[in-house]
Ligand binder design. Structure first.
Ligand code: ADP
Ligand code: ASP
Ligand code: MG
Length: 411
């Protein structure tokens, strides 16, 4: 009997009526002869509401209690779906993270899954039941509730699919698949039939929040086929899978943006060995991830160093950097949360020249100033003023002809 993991995002479970719609789809999949494991998010807006409470209660609400608070939204939806399925005469059981168990490390707020026990769920499936699992949450080895980072229910679903050796992991969301760019800001965005794990990994880590980055890492590592599709229609979605030859033909397959980062510049840093290590060590120790880093050439034994961190960690990072900056006698620390990172992604960039200069030309023609640049084999990212985000996405999408039929038919 095939085993399918279905994950439904916040919009799909926003209210009991929508949960009934989800129950209909789950019941159909079960009736068609599949074993079904369902992973749910909290109702849309609920996790934001819980995060706001935590911020109201404390200036830096990190750690155990933060996870205790923000993990609760998922428990409501799994309980509701189980009740609805039982009303329909089906056998269903809800599982909180610790009841599975989904064992994680103790990095509260962004814990990583270390192990998933499959026995309890397998027992439920073997008895003809449907297992409904809370997304986003796990438990550490001391029994503390942990959460996997925003958007973490995707990772719960893919990790469960890997642990249970599922045949397919379906991610149901509010759009019909993975598009060439966010369909909510660009009317021309086109749905991709297939996207490779590598491209999806870049797109996710660069802001295409349709899948959490960690979920794509799991999918790639354990070769889990992932289908992204809408819970509101029956249209075919996007398959995230291994790269094939066809995919390399497409130079640029997507444009992404991320407004969730902030920029910190340390000005006139003495140019000596060990200075960068001194600056970044306190951030690492505080569990703060640094993304792009740019250091400019030093003329008079001083240099400027600029980097980005997640907006949710901006205040904490700024405080730590200011402390170190005075120790190392840097002149000034300047923070700017009003930035966005706009990126183009494509497997074919490996074998095509001129993509970067075209990107810069397009931005220049619109008068968009580029503040930072970073590249990898299959992506180019630029940091710009946040007010240019939508404009930059649309002109790049246009310039690389992503809305055109021919480009996507190759896939
Ligand atoms: P869910 O609550 O179902 O997890 P999310 O809001 O996390 O949904 O992710 C879906 C959203 O991702 C879409 O509504 C869309 O605005 C956004 N998105 C950004 N980039 C893309 C893209 N390239 N393709 C599809 N959706 C995208
Ligand atoms: N509810 C969590 C969030 O909003 C997890 C998720 O929806 O994937 O981030
Ligand atoms: Mg999501």
């Amino acid at each position: 009997m095939p085993l399918i993991v279905q994950k439904y995002g916040g919009t799909s479970v926003a209210g009991v009526e929508r949960i009934k719609n989800v129950a209909g789809r789950v019941a159909r999949t079960h009736k068609d002869g599949n074993k079904v494991v369902v992973v749910l998010s909290a109702m849309s807006g609920e996790t934001n509401r819980l995060v706001a409470f935590a911020n109201e209660a404390s200036e830096f609400p990190v750690g155990r209690e933060y996870d205790m608070i923000v993990s609760t939204g998922e428990q409501v939806t799994i309980g509701l779906l189980s009740l609805v399925l039982k009303e329909m005469g089906l056998k269903a059981r809800s599982f909180a993270g610790h009841q599975v168990p989904i064992i994680t490390d103790s990095q509260f707020g962004s814990a990583r899954i270390e192990h998933i026990g499959s026995e309890a769920i397998m027992r439920e499936l073997a008895s003809g039941g449907i297992a409904i699992v809370a997304g986003f949450q796990g438990v550490d080895t001391d029994g503390n509730i942990t959460t996997l980072g925003r958007g973490g229910s995707d990772t719960t679903a893919v990790a469960l699919a890997a642990a249970l050796n599922a045949d397919l992991c379906e991610i149901y969301t509010d759009v019909e698949g993975v598009y060439t760019t966010d369909p909510n800001i660009c009317n021309d965005a086109r749905k991709l039939a297939k996207v490779s794990y590598d491209e999806m990994l870049e797109m996710a880590s660069l802001g295409a929040k349709v899948l959490q980055t960690r979920s794509v890492e799991f999918a790639r590592k354990y070769n889990v086929p992932v289908m992204v599709r809408s819970s509101f229609t029956d249209t075919q979605g996007t398959l995230v899978c291994k790269e094939d030859i066809e995919m390399e033909k497409v130079v640029v397959s997507g444009v992404t943006y991320n407004k969730d980062e902030a920029k910190i510049s340390v000005l006139r840093v003495p140019d000596r060995p060990g200075i960068a290590a001194r600056l970044f060590k306190p951030l690492t120790e505080a569990g703060i991830n640094v993304d792009m880093i740019v250091q400019n050439i030093s003329h008079d034994a001083h240099t400027d160093l600029t980097f980005t961190v997640s907006k949710s960690e901006f205040k904490r990072a700024l405080k730590l950097v200011k402390e170190t900056a005075s120790d190392i006698e840097a002149k000034e620390v300047v923070g700017d949360p009003n930035i966005a990172k706009v990126s183009i992604v494509g497997a074919g960039m490996r074998s095509h020249a001129g993509v970067a200069s075209k990107m810069f030309d397009v931005m220049a023609a619109e008068g968009i100033n580029i503040q930072m640049i970073s590249t990898s084999e299959i992506k180019i990212s630029c940091v710009v003023d946040v007010k240019y985000t939508e404009l930059a996405v649309r002109v790049l999408h246009d310039a690389f002809e992503l809305g055109k039929e021919e480009v996507n038919e190759e896939r």
